[in-house]
Design a protein around this ligand. Sequence first.
Ligand SMILES: Cc1cc2nc3c(=O)[nH]c(=O)nc-3n(C[C@H](O)[C@H](O)[C@H](O)COP(=O)(O)OP(=O)(O)OC[C@H]3O[C@@H](n4cnc5c(N)ncnc54)[C@H](O)[C@@H]3O)c2cc1C
Ligand SMILES: *[C@@H]1O[C@H](CO)[C@@H](O)[C@H](O)[C@H]1NC(C)=O
Ligand SMILES: *[C@@H]1O[C@H](CO)[C@@H](O)[C@H](O)[C@H]1NC(C)=O
Ligand SMILES: *[C@@H]1O[C@H](CO)[C@@H](O)[C@H](O)[C@H]1NC(C)=O
Ligand SMILES: *[C@@H]1O[C@H](CO)[C@@H](O)[C@H](O)[C@H]1NC(C)=O
Ligand SMILES: *[C@@H]1O[C@H](CO)[C@@H](O)[C@H](O)[C@H]1NC(C)=O
Ligand SMILES: *[C@@H]1O[C@H](CO)[C@@H](O)[C@H](O)[C@H]1NC(C)=O
Ligand SMILES: *[C@@H]1O[C@H](CO)[C@@H](O)[C@H](O)[C@H]1NC(C)=O
Length: 510
Amino acid sequence: MGAFLFSLCWLALQTVTTASAVPHYFQPQYTRRDLSSSQVSSELGALVSNGTLIYGPAGTLWANATERYNTFAVPDIQVVVQPAQESDIPAIVKYCNTNSIDFFAVNRAHAITASVGKFQGLQIDMASLREITIQPGGETAWFQGGTYDGQVMETLWGEGYVATTGSCSCVGMLGPGLGGGHGRYEGFYGLISDNFVHLNVVLADGQAIRVNSTSHADLFWAMKGAGHNYGIVTSFALKIYPRLVDTWHWHNYIWTQDKLELVTEQINILHGSGSGVTPVEMAIEFGVYMMNDTISETAAILYWTFGYAGSAADGEKALAPFNAIPAEWQDSGDLPYPEISDIQGTGIGGALCTPNTTHVTSTAGLQLYNATAQRQIYELFNEKVQQYPELNRARVVLEGYSTAGVSKIDPASSAFPHRSDHHLTYFDAQLDTGSNLTHVAAQWAKEVVDLWNAGQPTRQPSTYVNYANGFESLESTYGYEPWRLERLRGLKAKYDPQNRFRFYEPIIAE
Ligand SMILES: Cc1cc2nc3c(=O)[nH]c(=O)nc-3n(C[C@H](O)[C@H](O)[C@H](O)COP(=O)(O)OP(=O)(O)OC[C@H]3O[C@@H](n4cnc5c(N)ncnc54)[C@H](O)[C@@H]3O)c2cc1C
Ligand SMILES: *[C@@H]1O[C@H](CO)[C@@H](O)[C@H](O)[C@H]1NC(C)=O
Ligand SMILES: *[C@@H]1O[C@H](CO)[C@@H](O)[C@H](O)[C@H]1NC(C)=O
Ligand SMILES: *[C@@H]1O[C@H](CO)[C@@H](O)[C@H](O)[C@H]1NC(C)=O
Ligand SMILES: *[C@@H]1O[C@H](CO)[C@@H](O)[C@H](O)[C@H]1NC(C)=O
Ligand SMILES: *[C@@H]1O[C@H](CO)[C@@H](O)[C@H](O)[C@H]1NC(C)=O
Ligand SMILES: *[C@@H]1O[C@H](CO)[C@@H](O)[C@H](O)[C@H]1NC(C)=O
Ligand SMILES: *[C@@H]1O[C@H](CO)[C@@H](O)[C@H](O)[C@H]1NC(C)=O
């Protein structure tokens, strides 16, 4: 039976091969409506390197390869291709174009935005492209396009280096990096994208190009903040740095709600009262409003975690104002850097990384916390959970990095438009897949973001592209200065005139 099917596919391949006697550029674009995954497998299989996997829904690897972090809006994947080599990607893209198949790079599948739900077609799965090569001299390293944060933190640390990555071990380097990329080293060295030295890019037409400050410099500018719109990065060179300290200090607290104003005020002071001037070693703090039934079944707790790039003594000095606020629970210690992710709940198996559930989200970039707004958001949280107990896994996340390395870079020098935001916030209502409460959750998400924005009446709404839910304005995401979107649109016309890359917070919607 298998052999019989194979021979049918072989015939199909022969037909295509014969048709190819007409030069490629004279062939019309056509849609092959009933193209099956086995046809793709045999046709494309002949064009890619040995070791490349191509399979449809019947493949044993299918469930894992198509699993998503967020099931709110899932892409309709029809075939998965997992290239064994970077050089396979141009062939895959050209094959897709010839056959009018939409294609889409997937790495760790943690995209949040609903825009991915519009995709139907072939998934280019980056999972085999995970090499990391430190360059002689130790100033840069090469990373393949499928590398991810936890892997990078551990690999580099083991060799005595660190780099800018996202904070969560589970997400890819480029999902975050092409939109900026926030993480624990941004106070020292800036965003992931600020540390790009070179990108190897496959364009929408399948052409492989080299992108850096002297080669396609216009595209390099765009890919540092709006990169998901322009190409597939098969590998990239990123600056790396000597690790400097052997351990980081961490301190986690749980406070009850009566401390909300006090904590909010001290967090603002820690970050220079809106100036964004934070001691650089106080690399990361984030707070979460969430339920914890061992403390209260009706009032959310304030969970807070701090990560300090230095000794316990220095860290605790900076934390003195927080130690003065009586905590319900606390714990602290010192760990090698890669383990800090686990202790802060952002490790690969951590609560924040759990895949395959529905997340209804919203986000706002802030300069300063407004205690009135935070109190309103807190009270709303308790009301909603009381009204809809099924939504008790919701979280309000308030992130504050040290940001010196981000603010010192000229905002016009890249497509990342949010250098004056000092806080990244995130509302996440977690639901079972198929729950009938998505509308309720979406309404809640909107109310929260409206409260955040009302709390900074002199600023316009700000949306970090990688936290966007897909319903925010283009200006809030890519920048209000008219020249930003104009420039990005011009570069779309130049590098992706057919708008093939339109499934992740697209600059040009369908
Ligand atoms: C649990 C969690 C933690 C997070 N933590 C952080 C964080 O610490 N810092 C931060 O900045 N953001 C963070 N984010 C947001 C994160 O940046 C985005 O969700 C990002 O899209 C995830 O990338 P991915 O590789 O995991 O997902 P994917 O869904 O695989 O990729 C997202 C998109 O990136 C594009 N893409 C991926 N790989 C490539 C490539 N090689 N070439 C071209 N395009 C590519 C594709 O358009 C794809 O749709 C987090 C999100 C979640 C859900
Ligand atoms: C492809 O790889 C397999 C397993 O590694 C090997 O057995 C086979 O000979 C290879 N085929 C070619 C054409 O290189
Ligand atoms: C799927 O992923 C799970 C968890 O990561 C793993 O245990 C399992 O072996 C994977 N299955 C396949 C077929 O790869
Ligand atoms: C994801 O969750 C659904 C249930 O909501 C389950 O049927 C499915 O098997 C899960 N997928 C994976 C890859 O675990
Ligand atoms: C930029 O790319 C060009 C063309 O490949 C190359 O010659 C040059 O060395 C690259 N520069 C950097 C900084 O990588
Ligand atoms: C809930 O609070 C207790 C302390 O009372 C703590 O030990 C536990 O880790 C908390 N749970 C979560 C999920 O934060
Ligand atoms: C969701 O479904 C449950 C029954 O499964 C029902 O009791 C509830 O009222 C529904 N909620 C909404 C908002 O539709
Ligand atoms: C704080 O938020 C409240 C509620 O939205 C708003 O009325 C007030 O103007 C805000 N304060 C400042 C200083 O922006």
